[in-house]
Design a protein around this ligand. Sequence first.
Ligand SMILES: [Zn+2]
Length: 855
Amino acid sequence: MPGKNLSREEARDRAGIIRVDSYRVHLDVSAAADPGRPTFRSTTRISFDCTSPGASSFADLLAPEVVSVELNGRRLDPAEVFDGARVALPELAAHNELTVVAECAYSRTGEGLHRFVDPVDGETYLYTHYEPADARRVFANFEQPDLKAPFSFTVTAPAAWDVYANAVHERIAEDGDTRTWEFAPTKPISTYLTAVVAGPYHVVRDHYSRELPDGSVLEVPLAATCRRSLAPYFDADEILTVTKQGLDFFHDEFDYPYPFGKYDQCFVPEYNIGAMENPGCVTFREEFIYRSKVTEAAYEARANVILHEMAHMWFGDLVTMKWWDDLWLKESFADFMGSFAQIEATKYRSAWITFANRRKAWAYRQDQFPTTHPITADIRDLEDAKLNFDGITYAKGASVLKQLVAYVGRDAFFEGARRYFKKHAFGNTVLGDLLDALEETSGRDLRAWSAAWLQTSGVNTLTPELTHDAEGRITELAIRQDGDVLRPHRIAVGLYDLAEDGALRRTDRYELDLTGARTVVADAAGRSLPALVLVNDDDLTYCKVRFDGRSLETLRTGLGDLTGETGLARALAWSAVWNLTRDGLMPTRDYLDLVQRFAGRESDIGVLQSLHQQAGTALELYADPAHRGEYGTALAEVALRELNLASPGSDHQLAWARFFAETAERADHLQLLRGLLDGTGRIDGLAVDQELRWSFWLALATHGAAGTEELSAELARDNTASGRRQHTQCLAARPTADAKAAAWAAVVDSDELPNALVEAQIAGFNQAGQRELTAPYSEPYFGMLESIWAERSIEIAMRIVGGFFPRYQTTPATLAATDAWLTAHQDAAPALRRLVLECRDDLARALRAQECDVQ
Ligand SMILES: [Zn+2]
């Protein structure tokens, strides 16, 4: 569709002549509960100036029907000025009033105004999600981050509903079956940050107040909402506790009062991402409300997201990037701050371990794709922007900020942030604005640092090089840096020795600046050879860590003995051996052997759950196919052993139970799962609750050991949104040609399914153990790519392209087919090519790892 994919140049030109005074938006969703009504009435009135009178411009709008357009009192014919994506605005005056009335569509894809009907009670729920550019699916606007304005929303909804938006409501007018909510004007914000949430939501209210330095008191009403049917599981106390701890922390550190009045946190159904930082009205995926037992890692992850979104109230909402090139300005900061605030202000002490182990794994993976990019990216248009919510923008950016704090010091870093907020409040910025503030406060020249870290791509590898004398004393310890770009790294190097109790403990720590290809750790000379050299101890920098031969041998026999004040050193060692495996430098069997021997002793539950995930990937993708079966059985047996050994009712027990279900394959293992389901078997302390039941059913269904009637019975027992998704996934996972055909058809041949069920179908379809059954879909996959990309919304298209890629067909033939598609489709949409290139790279990596594993 012409004009749908707004380019950076168009945005720049438009910002060059337009200043928006205000938006007034009225949405009428009073008939939303009627499934026969595909649209709602949207009326937008925009007051704006044009600095170049006589010029023409356009507003953005994606709507099935435009009812009327009026510009400065003149009616324009929608058939002439609306092309499906834009409203042409000819001959602008110095001051302009634009009114657009449209019928906009309810969304089933999580983009725009999403509509969801709860299977439990039939209630209808609405919420919006816009980033980067879907506000135009709900009302006409200038959809770019640097045209900020105050927004006044008015929403007409069923009388029994509550409505939430960015600001507080000023009045509610009753009119029979409907109520009309008028909200106060917002502070100047970007279109992508506006939000409306409407429905019979359950709400818990609270309040935060804080005395400000000038003696006044800031009052912030708090609310947390979820669907009514989730209310019994809603632990709002914990959510609001973290919220208040975060507000305290950010007020202490940012010295700028929370700028958006009240703070609502809405947990919403079928949400595509983790959460969104809409000022005053944050939306979260409702899977953060736990219906069954989850591990402490899940609570930690949720607290991290709460704090991430809250950091955005300053970084992103108060001060916003000018264009999507600088998306990292807000995402890297929020990501870093989420972990930082968690450690400083909450009970979650493992945040840096989780960061080292999970966030960085995401960054390292993304940064080794051929499609990687500098943290400050080159975003030509909105399709580029959509794909840039990636491991570079979030996790690498945050890792680099962690390195920056090590480089300039904490005080200079936060003082820079404080100045940045004050100077740019309610404005838009680029990278240079932040660097200016940090240079002022740190006194360091950050241009060279920025050029090396923010404007280049790729990850450095750091390797220790040791020489010693005949007495076993170090003559030289040096750190070698490899990579396309060499960077300044502030690092710590830890030396570890075996203590008498068998633990591997740090005995020496050297902190130093690495520059260039090789840096000598001068202070280490003369010391006796350690059992282990851990480069990047304490995880200050962003790099891949390698080991010298002696250290690697120590880890093979004693990774589980590695101890410290926290489990960070061990998490770093796990991360390093995982990178060696991914890089085809450590055979998969060796990695799996480490997991089998030491995962049972891993105390950090987040690290353990990562190990389960990585062991699964290693088995399915990186193992020599000739040995895959034998490795799989060994893993399942270890999982069962640890499940039986874990203390009853513990998080570790639950994590091993899930991993056992994922690896179970043998008849006796499946029988055990069935026994746990029907109550004839039990494991002391293991509550087989609803979520665990579904993971057991998934294992049985995948191996052809669950009948459709049994699965239907389970759905009847749990006829909820979550139950429907898991039932769908179980059906698609069955090992029959019909099940695969049905899942494929449901997603590819029809666009009826909502986002959540598309995801469930794909997850069920693609099973590692069903390579023969899914092989026939490789050819149709490449055949459908371009039409899917053209016809589906980008959110759904991305899921289909990434999800149906034949990633378990790890053969040179699949690689050749992928290359053939790439060669023949040089002109395909760059964002589509990027996705396929990344899948190709994963596949090529799997083939290399398999080769390394051949004995
Ligand atoms: Zn964010």
